[in-house]
Design a protein around this ligand. Sequence first.
Ligand code: LLP
Length: 436
Amino acid sequence: MTFLPASRTIDGALSIDASVLTDALPYFSYVDNILHIDGVSSQTLKSHYGTPLYVYSRRALLDNYHAYTQAFDEIEHQICYAIKANSNLAVLKTLADAGAGFDIVSKGELARVLQVTDAKKVVYSGVGKTHDDIEYALSADIHCFNVEAVSELDSISRVAVKLGKTARISLRINPDVDAKTHPYISTGMKDNKFGISHEQAVAAYLHANSLPNLQITGIDCHIGSQLLDAQGFSDALDKLIELIDELSANGITLNHIDLGGGLGVRYIDENPVSVDDYAKLLLPRLKALGLKLYLEPGRSLVANTGVLLTSVDVLKPTEFKNFAIVDSSMSELIRPALYESVMAIIPTDLSKSGDEKVWDVVGTVCESSDFIGKDRLLSLSVGDTLAVTGAGAYGFTMASNYNTRPRPCEVMVNDGAHRVVRKREVLSDLWRDEIA
Ligand code: LLP
């Protein structure tokens, strides 16, 4: 019997068993009732760096990466980390040194990658690449463009001719499968803006074949994010295999297949597909195909390597609701506001208990959508430190300066040691480039 960390009270409040939750998070544990991250006490981190604070475990990151490389070691593969999930240079450097490539969606993301390694293992996804973007990527000699529109083929060819280079391309197919995830992060259905439809695909490849300075190397898809059900991946693979057969009947052969990212993680009590089960599901078909596999995981590599530490500044019980006002908000962590995603908020000190109440944990931003978690059963006092788990993915990268709030400091821990990997912004950073 497995114990799930989350339960609901009869009034619908969410109660999280912090010990059960952290038992399933390697490198996160309570030592003498205090939350530690890979051997470093959250109290030490707070006193060194203050809050709000993003903390990432380097060892958890490497373990997550190696879970992929081991699961797929029977076939030739390349893991290209989707850097939009967490693009801190220390995260990128850790993964690059371990052998990862990168999935990027902008010139800016490529520029980040180039701070830590070269572009040889970079795949470039993203709708709406401009000539300038393409020129930058071709000059950096990326591995491949994941092409999202027929007109993009013409643009890439034109730029490649101008630069006297050959551009390697893969077509991102929109396989029209239901990823069964939040509509904002579902990308593989025909009413989504992403990719080239199955129906247009063969013609698009033939068009690519007719253009100068393009080398067709692959086929790819990415159907969505936080997928808990593996069926979508399996259906997408079947659709791509169908197309690969049609392409070969048309004289077009490929070197690689890229199945994108999307594997879900546990935020509270979800049961995501493990990397091993995901591999087992796909490997028989991939082996038969004989193409090199590319994957673009983001969230599943980083989400559970990170927490956001935040302090309780004000407690405001009212007749209708109890509000715990913390020093993080939708500016520091927008996932709850944007997707109504439910992320665990746990105490960093388990020694204080009793007097539990149901709290809405909110920030100070002037919007009612500004919440980190609603209806949480917690025992709180002003000055407490809370940890939002699962915050390693789409946390800092989606942070903003809304309400003129400096973005948090980021720290990486590694086997008992800790270091700043991004300094906390100071107020003057926020108007540095403005002209009164
Ligand atoms: N490849 C492509 C082309 C993508 O667009 C994405 C994510 C990934 C890979 C990585 O997907 P992952 O393995 O992380 O699911 N901000 C949202 C998630 C947006 C995902 C966008 N694309 C969130 O916080 O849930």
